[in-house]
Design a protein around this ligand. Sequence first.
Ligand code: FPP
Length: 260
Amino acid sequence: MIALRSDDKTLQDELKAGGSIPKHIAIIMDGNGRWAKQRALPRVAGHREGVSSVRDIVEASGQLGVKCLTLYAFSTENWKRPQQEVSTLMRLLVKALRDETDKLHKNNVRLTAIGDLDSLPAGVQRELNEAFERTKGNSGLNLNLALSYSGRWEITEAVKKIVADSAGGKMSAEDINESLFSSYLVTASLPDPDLLIRTGGEFRISNFLLFQIAYTEIFISKVYWPDFRRRHLYEAISDFQKRERRFGLVSEQVKHLQTL
Ligand code: FPP
């Protein structure tokens, strides 16, 4: 494990003592372009600096004992961006995987990805598969990258598979319930996110984990992703710890359940 600065350790200890640490955090990493524009830099400079934020948030999440961190790194819609930006993002991804997989592995991080991975360039698929293979036995943080992902794509794919399985006689309409439907999603093996963070200040879900965030707590940070570092993550978790998650019940019922 990476040595922690003593003030950072204090902050982490305070969070651990202050309430539950979210098991699954999902992040919409937004604001790279605006960060670059503010500095009169090309948009890709924002993406490049965004990789440093990824590094810091992954490290801090692992140290805090978060089980799963899902990062929205590239959406289905992002393919429509200028070709040069798309290819720079793909190159950045390959470079980050090459540079960071060793360290991820040493820190017991398991890398997975969700999305239409077959649509990614062959080089990206190759690096990803190597990193999956290398880290698959790790038991610490699950770093889950959403790549060529969108919630509507995922739901549509799930429906296609359910229809095929049903036509093949594996199930009938009566068998379909929320739990069965979840098992057809690309997040089948993951718990629903407890906390969704969006950076860059906008109040949108942008087609991310549409089925899974039904009862997820949402935290919007004004900070652009390239400036978002562990202290901002701590702020989001601390805010999360103050929320009462009622899952559709009333407060008294939740309190009663907590005493059981
Ligand atoms: C959104 O900002 C960000 C992205 C589409 C890409 C995120 C990618 C990275 C942080 C780098 C690579 C990731 C990994 C996992 C190594 P935007 O461009 O939409 O910003 P804007 O809203 O200000 O224009």
